[in-house]
Design a binder for this molecule. Structure first.
Ligand SMILES: C[S@@+](CC[C@H](N)C(=O)[O-])C[C@H]1O[C@@H](n2cnc3c(N)ncnc32)[C@H](O)[C@@H]1O
Length: 280
């Protein structure tokens, strides 16, 4: 089996705090994406992640947020996901550190069992901030979508000096409908909180340029790095579970198939691949 060296997209196995501190240069990152454990008792690789108190969880979040501020370029952007009940803490904590430009709602259709005694949660909040509101990347043209109103009905915009039909394309607002990743979708991997490639595609296209460096603090199934690689961005992905590192190696084509067309992965290979990449 060959293990390919892919310097542009690094995978780092380890704890987010020590990896950020030790392996990532200060002021080097153009775009940070953070999708942490939500502290709602999900199991990652069979291990339940739940902090003893809200206070402990929030303090841990502040630790990586502070490191993010150090690692982000002055022209950089940050997107953070969190459970609805914890997002207010993060929002308030970040207000004097970045300019918060959007509070995005990612919503999806229901699946599985629905709540019967309260209103079930069908959205996740995403905070979008920039270090310098006068100097940041936002590629509006890259992310335009078909407008749902005016243009479809061929309405005329009479507010303009020379009335014309409404634009048929527009920058999406802050409420995004993107279906969740489901079993049997091509991008599906065995992970409890995989994010859709379409979600990351919008974020990466809007807030980075080809060649920029993106970091994902909690890689999971490596959605961010897969999309970054496809769009010609460099990436660093941190993940504490070796089992999920294997997903990253496979999705980023770090491994190729052996003669029997089977992809063989074991911890030794993971280590080999990591060593190769850490050296760059
Ligand atoms: C919400 S999931 C990320 C999902 C990812 N965005 C995706 O699309 O697949 C959080 C991930 O963080 C990892 N994780 C938890 N604690 C960590 C830590 N201290 N350092 C690095 N990764 C950690 C978990 O193993 C899990 O895969």
């Amino acid at each position: 089996m060959k293990v390919r060296k892919f310097a542009e997209n690094k995978i780092i196995l380890g704890d987010v705090i020590s990896v950020l501190d030790d392996c990532v240069e200060d002021g080097s990152i153009d775009l940070i994406f953070v999708d942490p454990p939500y502290n709602i008792g999900k199991k990652f690789n069979g291990k339940q992640q739940k902090w003893n108190s809200d206070d402990e969880y929030i303090k841990w979040c502040y630790q990586w947020l502070d490191l993010c501020m150090r690692k982000l370029k002055n022209t950089g952007s940050i997107y953070i996901m969190a459970a609805t009940q914890y997002m207010p803490y993060i929002d308030i904590y970040l207000r004097d550190k970045v300019t918060i430009l959007s509070r995005i709602v990612w919503y999806y259709d229901s699946s599985g069992v629905q709540a019967k005694k309260y209103f079930g949660s069908l959205y996740e909040p995403i905070l979008f901030g920039v270090k310098d509101q006068n100097n940041y990347t936002f590629n509006a043209e890259e992310i335009k979508i078909e407008a749902q109103t005016g243009a479809v009905r061929k309405l005329i915009d009479y507010r303009k000096q020379n009335p014309t039909v409404y634009n048929s394309k527009k920058v999406p607002g802050n409420v995004w409908y993107i279906p969740r990743v489901r079993y049997k979708m091509a991008e599906y991997r065995n992970h409890p909180t995989q994010k859709p490639e379409a979600l990351l595609e919008r974020i990466i296209k809007a807030s980075s340029n080809p060649g920029d460096l993106i970091i994902d603090l909690f890689a999971g199934t490596f959605t961010t790095s897969v999309v970054a690689q496809r769009l010609g961005r460099k990436s660093i992905s941190i993940e504490v579970e070796a089992e999920y590192i294997k997903l990253g190696l496979e999705r980023l084509n770090f491994v190729s198939e052996d003669k029997s067309n089977k992809t063989i992965l074991n911890n030794q290979d993971v280590q080999l691949s990591l060593d190769l990449n850490m050296g760059n």
